[in-house]
Write a protein that binds this ligand. Structure first.
Ligand code: CA
Length: 222
């Protein structure tokens, strides 16, 4: 289980880090809003623990940006601000849970586990974006209401993009996930498949394509 801890208080961070590592979690610790933004755009996490008062910004703004960019990771807010208004605000922006400071480590652990259980059983089976609809249970895809036939690779690539909305996927990441670790990065196979998806899910020229090229890095669902 990979957890992203966003916390600027060093003692608090060390306390959570130590406890979670003892319980077998893999933890990345970001001490600023900027570091948290970078961490989440580079990798996926099972849960994010988010402090609100950060030296370079407010955790709630960070959460708002993540949700509007499409990041769906469960977020547990950990904060000394514990008025009912603060909690409601956090939950409305898209937090999944709210734990006021001070807290007991056992309670944090129990709440993390409950988030992980919930997101595991609720792994979204219907993914929708800009008229593209992928039904992971029925293994079917439609676009603006019309059924679209995809090969297995095209389907896997589309699902990967839909599950990582807002995240830039490098060619290496795509190659490893959709082909395998031995994927030959020298071929232009990924570009060919991306082009194919753009043709299948075509948007008018004045709009952005479904999958945007990020120069020198890879691709992102836009
Ligand atoms: Ca803080």
């Amino acid at each position: 289980m990979r957890i992203l801890l966003v916390e600027d208080d060093f003692r608090m961070g060390r306390f959570v880090e130590k406890g979670l590592q003892e319980h077998g979690f893999v933890l990345s610790w970001a001490q600023t809003a900027a570091a948290a933004r970078d961490a989440l755009s580079e990798a996926a996490y099972d849960v994010i623990i988010l402090d609100l008062g950060l030296p370079d910004g407010d955790g709630l703004d960070l959460l708002r940006q993540w949700r509007s960019a499409g990041f769906m990771e469960p977020v547990l807010i950990l904060s000394a601000r514990d008025s009912v208004e603060d909690r409601i605000k956090g939950l409305n922006i898209g937090a999944d849970d709210y734990l006021p400071k001070p807290f007991s480590f056992e309670e944090l652990l129990a709440r993390l586990r409950s988030q992980i259980r919930r997101s595991g059983t609720e792994k979204k089976s219907i993914l929708e974006y800009r008229g593209v609809r992928l039904d992971a249970l029925g293994h079917s895809v439609s676009f603006k209401g019309q059924s679209v036939q995809l090969t297995n690779r095209e389907y896997a690539l589309l699902e990967l993009f839909l599950r990582n909305r807002g995240r830039v996927l490098s060619r290496t990441q795509i190659g490893e996930k959709i082909w395998d670790a031995q994927f030959d990065m020298q071929t232009n196979l990924i570009d060919v498949y991306v082009r194919r998806l753009r043709v299948l899910f075509e948007f008018p020229e004045e709009e952005e394509p479904l999958i945007k090229t990020v120069r020198g890095v890879g691709y992102t669902l836009s």
